[in-house]
Structures are given as C-alpha cells and as structure tokens.
Ligand binder design. Structure first.
Ligand SMILES: [Zn+2]
Length: 681
C-alpha cells in the first residue's frame, strides 16, 4: 500500500463531491406539481396500461423472459424479452416518482404492490435473483449471446424505481432486496466478459445508476470495484472487432478530443455519466482523460433547445435547431447530468439538463396532460404529419418504432426535481441547482432545514426562499443562464456573487427569507453550428414563433378490452406556414410581455409571458409577432436568419449542411493517428 501511485489512487477515490438529496426531500409545488399530477392522473404515466399491455407483463415476477429477439411489441401481445423489462422498469420508475411527489394514494398503492410482488418472487430464488429471465437464460456472457442480453439493463431500470421507492418509504426490505439481487448479479458477472456492441447488452452500461446509488447509500467499496469491472468490460480494446460496446463512451476512444460521436443516441445518453463516475469512485487516473473530454464532446452534438442530436443515431452531426433529438434520450441526459454534477461538484454541468427540461422536452409533448409525445422533435418544427420512420415524427401515445419515448417521458420532471437541490455537508451548504416552485426539507451537516421556494420560474426571474425552520448555513444559488445584474435581498447575511454562483451565508429564523432577482432580458443568441441562425431567449427559456396548428386524429387506440382509450395518434399541420420563412431584423427590439390568458399553473398550455416585436416576412414587410416559450407550441420556428445577411440556400438545406459539417468524422486530424471508423452495424 505504500506505492505512491496506489496511495494517490486511494486519496482520490471516494465519495461524491456533493450529496444528492434523498428522493422525497424536494416536493414540487406550483406548475411543476400540477404538471406531474396531470400527467399521472390524465396522461400516459398513469394510463399507459390502457394503451398497451407492455407495461403490465410483470416480467420481474414471472421471470419467463428469454434471450429471444426483442423486436416485437404489438399492443396486446409482447415478446418476453429485455425490451419488455426495460419498459416495465422505466414505467414503474415514472409512476413511483409521480405518485410520491404528488402524494397520490391510488398510485402509491399500485407501485407498492408491484415492488412487493417482485420481492416475494425473489424469496423463491435460492440466489436472490431479481431479473426477467428463465434460469437457463440468466447472466449470459458475451460469447453466448452477443448483443441480445438485457440482464444488466432491465435490472437497472427496475432498481431505479425500487431505490426511489425505498427512499420515499424508508421500507428497509426493499433496499435489502435490491442489495441481495445486486450481490447475485456481481457474483455472476464481475471479472467476466459480458458486453458486446449495441442492443440490450450495450444498454447495460446503465447499471452504473444502480452501482452509484448503492454506493451512495452504503459506502461499500464493492460497488466501486464493480464499477471498475463494468467500465473496463464495456470499454472494448481499440480495434477489437466487433468492439464490446458503445465505442464512443469507451475510455480509450474518449481520449481523442477530435472524434465525433456517431452511434445510437439512447445508448450514449444512458452511459454518459459512466466515465465520470468510474473515475470518481475508483480514483484511477487512467479514466481521467475520458472524463475530462466528456462534456466538450457532448456540447458539440447538443441542440439549442437541449438534447443531443439523434434520429436513432447521432451520425457525427453537430447539434442545430434543424436536427431531431429523441425524447427518451433527453430524460436519460437529465439523469446522467444530475449525477455528473453530484460526483464532480461541477453543478454547471446541469445547465444542459435545465435547457432540456425547460425547452426541448416540454416542446415534444402535449400540455397540460402528457397525452401524446413526439418521439423525434426539433427546435424548428414545421409540421408533425408524416408517418414516415415508423411514426417517430408524430405526436402520439404510441409509436410503431418503439415504446421507449412514450413510456419514459413522464420521468422527465421527476428527475428535474431530483436535481433541484444538492447539499455539501462538509461546507454546510445547500445548493439551489434548478429553480422552480418547491419545498425542500432535508438535513444539511446534521441539522434539519426546510425552505420553500416561492417563484413562477422560469416564467419569472424572481425567486423568494422562505425558511420553514431556523437555519445556519450557506445557501448557494447556481446562476441560471443569461442572468443580468443579480440583486439579492438577504438582511444580515454575507452575499458573494461569483461567475457561476451566488453564496449567501447567514443565520435565519423560521419565517425569514432571501429574495433574488436574476434580471433576465430578451437576448439574441447565435447558433454555434449553423451559419446565420439566431434565436431569442429570456433566462433559460428559448422563444419560438408559433406556426399555429390544425390537429387531426389518425387513430384512437383501443384499450385492451376493446374500448376507446382517449389516447390518439395525431397529424398536425401548420395554420400559418408562411411564418416559417420569417427573418429577424437586428434593428428591431423585442420586449418581454405578460400574455392575456396566461396561467402560471399550466404555463406550457397557457404561456404567461412572451416576447413581442417585429420580424420581416418573405417579402421583407415588417410584421408584429409574439414569440412564446419553445415548450408552449407544437409547431414553431425557433431560429431565424438575419435579414441583412445572405441565407445560404433554402432554409431546409440547413439540415443537409449540418449533416455534412464534418463528413470525414473529425473536427481536426489528431496527429498521425488513423481515424477510427464507426463499427459496422
Ligand atoms: Zn426513445
């Protein structure tokens, strides 16, 4: 142990820099509560079993899943494969979070039954296995199954909800059940070769979520060692054919800053945090270059409204307002970025997830209830009427392509809530990370504290923190994007404003308050990856010109017993398609206005604020326009060309231009190294 490198590794190894608060310590209020409650009771979250049986197979109880191909899920009949386990686990994760965060007794009972049945079924297993497979198909290895093994992936999806349930209820038998099941998995897998490029086994990188959560709960080093095995096995050796897993996330590939990402966006987002967490948990410097390059690479492919490009694959495309991103990948990104912030202490990482949650993800679903989701959505969204690409471009309760987006969309805001507050117990700090109406009741450095955040954020730039308990701590406020001259009213407290944060150190009595005004102003933002493309923003919100909408139902899904479900597949075309060709005039100024009909409880359905000004139509005439938050319109134009600059070809060609940004797949050639070719599908 006296070897200096070992010693250094031990010193670096360890615990997260910040503490994630236990699920349930942050309670949403205002519009966030309302959105969750509506999604659960009226939306897809609570009603998916009406639309498809895929969430109700009880695969983790019956354990009759097999390694047979997963690609079948007609609505009434599903293959017993990893895909079904994924959907069931994720769907329960959405229901458990929404049920407890909105205090819905009916759905709390439903998830209690679901998880207790899983625990009961575990008691019949001599090795405490929890998973989906029949005995002969459990714990398949790379050599046996290639890619069609969803063991780690499906377990991790179920455990994500079970661990949340444990934190909400403090029911120790649930935590014990997960720990025993994970022991069984590690006994069968650690030290062996499991990963293979793509499909179910590649998704298994998300077992990171299980290992890091159990490590946070127990501090047991066995989870750190398991994390090392997971990332080592996942990171196939360079030039190994076929590579073991999603190659761009392997630590060897991530060392090369010039290489773009190309493969399946869901796989990449599900493992986004793995390099950072492996480095932090093991302290092994070999993972450092990978962890260091991660966010730089993410940012290249990120779109202005949030979310990494993807219409299944990233395809080496730089993110633009004209390119699609997939709903479920945005949810995975929020989860991953919360964890990156906690493990590194760099809470600025979450400005990316804040952008997703307050823009792109709101703009890819119906409001006020989550009754339809657009699988692939854009900042600039001209219509949503083509059933091409297996209906991925339609707002629908169900897509022929896959159930990943419609069954996981309701998890988006619960993970935003998860990241609203972090704690630093060593420094006695409570960190406001994402803003919005909520109450946090937690323990910081051993002392209980309760704060209610009174705000309509992001529709207001004013936030008041009212103490529900006596407190002596430092309140850290992450600076949201595009703040002006921040004003803080905190009598008696010491206030420091830095580049990324505001620190307020003080002693408060119950009922005391801190008021903050962020001074947002309408701003014109240039897109990094498109020539002559700009959008208007106000704080974290992007604004769009709504194109209006004509909605037509294509299909009403029948419930499984043959009744109308009230859930549809929609065809939506623009009412004002001419607005697509508007340009902005740099001489025109936009002002923030309160909108008639605005409702701060249902702000995405009834936006309370807008930006008012004038734009030029296709003939150059000045037109009065009101831009609304991106998430408040279904069809919209978000980025516009400057009317004083040349437009390079028809604006639709932007898509092609972005696709061709780096046809050879590099930003710049890295010395004499050969370019890595993407693996064959
Ligand atoms: Zn998806």
């Amino acid at each position: 142990m006296s070897h200096p490198l070992l010693l250094a590794a031990l010193l670096l190894a360890g615990t997260p820099k910040l503490s994630m608060l236990p699920a349930g310590d942050v309670r949403p209020r205002g519009w966030i509560w309302k959105q969750m409650d509506t999604d659960l009771r009226e939306g897809l979250a609570g009603n998916y079993p009406k639309v498809s049986s895929i969430v109700d197979v009880e695969l983790f109880v019956r354990k009759n899943g097999t390694l047979a191909p997963p690609y079948e899920y007609p609505r009434g009949k599903v293959a017993r494969s990893w895909w079904v386990g994924e959907v069931e686990g994720n769907w329960l994760d959405s229901v458990v979070r929404l049920a407890f965060l909105t205090d819905n007794a009916e759905y709390k009972e439903r998830v209690r039954r679901a998880y207790e049945n899983v625990v009961k079924a575990q008691q019949n297993e001599p090795d405490s296995y929890i998973g989906i497979y029949v005995p002969k198909d459990r714990f398949a290895l790379r050599t046996q199954t290639e890619f069609n093994n969803g063991e780690l992936w499906t377990q991790s999806r179920l455990f994500q909800g079970m661990l949340a349930y444990y934190e909400y209820t403090k029911d120790a038998k649930i935590l014990e059940a997960v720990k025993k099941a994970v022991d069984c998995t590690l006994k069968n897998y650690v030290g062996k070769e499991v990963f293979y490029q793509g499909s179910g086994v590649g998704h298994g990188v998300a077992f990171t979520d299980t290992l890091e959560w159990l490590f946070r709960l127990t501090g047991d080093r066995k989870y750190a060692e398991a994390m090392r095995w997971l990332y080592e096995d996942f990171s196939g050796k360079e030039n190994e054919k076929p590579p073991k897993a999603t190659l761009e996330l392997s630590y060897d590939e991530l060392r090369y800053p010039d290489r773009l990402w190309w493969s399946h966006t869901p796989h990449v987002m599900e493992g986004l945090h793995t390099p950072v967490i492996t480095l932090a948990m093991t302290g092994d410097a070999k993972y450092k270059p990978a962890a260091d390059n991660l966010m730089m690479k993410y940012d290249r492919h990120d779109t202005p409204g949030g979310g990494v490009v993807g219409d299944e694959g990233i395809g080496k495309r730089l993110g633009t307002s004209m390119l699609p991103r997939e709903y479920c990948t945005m949810v995975s990104a929020i989860m991953a970025l919360n964890r990156i912030a906690v493990w590194t202490g760099d809470f600025d990482a979450t400005r990316r997830s804040e952008t997703i949650a307050l823009n792109a993800a709101q703009g890819a679903r119906f409001h006020p209830a989550l009754k339809a989701v657009r699988y692939l959505s854009h900042d600039n969204q001209k219509d949503a009427s083509t059933p091409a690409h297996a209906q991925r471009y339609l707002y629908s309760a169900w897509h022929g392509a896959a159930p990943c987006c419609s069954t996981t969309a309701a998890r988006m805001m619960p993970y935003y809530v998860e990241g609203m507050w972090f704690a630093d117990h060593q420094k006695n700090e409570l960190i406001a990370n994402y803003y919005g109406p909520n109450t946090v009741t937690t323990t910081v450095a051993g002392r209980e504290v309760s704060i209610t955040e009174e705000t309509d954020f992001p529709f207001s730039d004013k936030v008041k923190f009212v103490f529900g308990s006596d407190a002596k701590l430092t309140l850290i406020l992450r600076k949201p994007p595009r703040c002006g001259a921040v004003k803080v009213a905190a009598p008696g407290a010491k206030v420091d404003v830095a580049a990324d944060r505001i620190s307020i150190r003080g002693v408060w009595k119950k009922g005391g308050a801190v008021s903050v005004a962020f001074d947002f102003k309408p701003q014109l933002v240039s897109e990094p990856n498109l020539t002559n493309a700009y959008h208007y923003s106000w704080g974290p919100l992007l604004f769009s010109l709504p194109l209006g909408e004509k909605r037509k139902t294509l299909t009403e899904f029948e419930t499984l017993d043959g009744k109308p479900s009230g859930f549809f597949m929609w065809e939506i075309t623009p009412e004002h398609s001419e607005r697509w060709n508007y340009k902005f005039d740099p001489k025109e100024k936009f002002a923030k206005v309160d909108l008639p009909g605005g409702n701060r409880d249902t702000p995405w359905a009834n936006p309370p604020i807008g930006l008012r000004g004038r734009m030029r139509d296709a003939n150059g005439a000045l037109m009065d326009v009101t831009l609304t938050p991106l998430g408040a319109s279904v069809l919209r134009r978000t980025s516009f060309p400057d009317c004083t600059q040349p437009v390079v070809g028809p604006q639709e060609e932007w898509i092609i231009k972005a696709r061709k940004a780096n046809p050879d797949g590099t930003i710049q050639q890295s010395g004499a190294r050969k370019k890595m070719q993407p693996p064959a599908k």
